[in-house]
Write a protein that binds this ligand. Structure first.
Ligand code: ZN
Length: 376
């Protein structure tokens, strides 16, 4: 068994700098990226281990005095380094930087992508929440090979071209002379292994497209644009990789009756002129069933009756918005002779022979319009 000094080809008196230089030189020719042979790989490990010991002053002192790095007198053969688990890749990387030392094949296994689908719901479902069944067309882990990508009984095999490193080095001419660059191996796409006998069902991808249905719990209070995140329900990753997330984007259909403003609902209610004048109690159909409302005598067009807590549920927090009923007074358009006669009598009684109008700056619908549009 040769000493660490012999392995690196330096003298026992070599300085740290000389040891570093010697290692760098050897590692360049023996690194698995460059030299895929088994023999080279063993030598690379031995060289790297020798460097690991001799580059650390304390370890080197122990080695110099005892003949092995464990500080025991057992001699050299006892201290096998094969099982020590130091990462020669790490040393190599610190040495040569990411460019030269970006060693190691890429993994086939990757996380799947997130997916986004949109779902239409009715306003009522936005108010109360709903369990919505959806169909998702996405990648799932291949059920035949369970993500291994290989036909049953076969395994990925080490790539002959790159020797399993997933990378090949190429000499490129540049103005600085010839430089070595590392590129993913074209033969194995950088994986370091090739699948010689791919699974039939997924063609060696480890995942297939599949349509599946699932039920989304849509919480009360969602609005158009709300996204619900379902962890792990997105695309399955290649080669059995974990699935991404599924985002369900909500679209709320327009409602024939209600207009939504935040968590309030607005609707309009036409009432006859006589009911507006005399007042009435009436029943309304709402999302919460039938509600009694009280129209006061003398109600004007544009007045609003607020039904508290009958709007949309607050998505965050408790409670609900309001339902606002905008009253619209209907003026009778067709009168028969008897009705016309009665109205004329009423006008006379009320002294409402209306022949001269007076314009005003404020009041009613006009004032609201003016406030909204500025000073008209
Ligand atoms: Zn498969």
């Amino acid at each position: 068994m040769s000493s660490h000094y012999d392995v690196l080809g330096v003298s026992r008196e070599a300085t740290g700098e000389e040891i570093k230089k010697a290692y760098r030189k050897l590692a360049r020719t023996l690194h698995p990226d460059v030299n895929p042979g088994d023999d080279a790989s063993e030598r690379f490990k031995a060289v790297t281990h020798a460097y690991e010991v001799l580059s650390d002053p304390q370890k080197r002192r122990v080695y110099d005095t005892t003949g092995n790095e464990n500080g025991t007198e057992n001699g050299f053969g006892g201290g096998s380094y094969s099982g020590q688990g130091f990462a020669f890749q790490d040393i190599f990387e610190t040495f040569f930087g990411a460019g030269g030392g970006q060693a190691g094949p890429a993994s086939r296994v990757r996380r799947g992508q997130d997916a986004l689908i949109s779902v239409r719901i009715d306003l009522r479902d936005a108010v109360f929440g709903v369990n919505k069944k959806i169909e998702v067309d996405t990648a799932v882990t291949c059920p035949t090979c369970e993500g291994s990508c290989c036909r049953e009984g076969s395994h990925p095999e080490r790539c002959d071209i790159c020797g399993g490193s997933g990378q090949v080095q190429r000499a490129v001419r540049s103005i600085l002379g010839q430089v070595m660059t590392t590129a993913p191996c074209g033969s194995c796409e950088g994986f370091g292994t090739v699948i010689k006998d791919p699974c039939n069902e997924c063609a060696g991808q480890g995942r297939i497209r599949s349509r599946r249905s699932l039920t989304v719990k849509v919480p009360a209070g969602v609005a158009t644009g709300t996204r619900i995140q379902l962890s792990g329900q997105g695309e399955a990753g290649p080669a059995g990789g974990p699935a991404g997330d599924l985002y369900v984007e909500i679209r709320v259909n327009n409602d024939a009756t209600y207009v939504r403003d935040g968590d309030d609902l607005h609707a309009s209610l036409n009432i006859p002129m006589t009911a507006a004048a005399l007042g009435t109690e009436l029943t309304l159909d709402t999302f919460d069933g039938q509600q009694e409302i009280d129209v006061k005598a003398g109600t004007q067009s544009g007045e609003v009756i607020t039904l508290r807590g009958l709007g949309v549920t607050h998505l965050r927090g408790y409670g609900r918005g309001d339902l606002k009923v905008h009253l619209q007074v209907d003026t009778p358009a067709k009168l028969d002779a008897a009705q016309e006669d009665l109205l004329r009598q009423l006008a006379k009684l009320r002294g409402e022979q209306f022949t001269e109008g007076k314009l005003a700056a404020s009041g009613g619908v006009f004032a609201k319009l003016r406030d909204r549009l500025g000073n008209l």
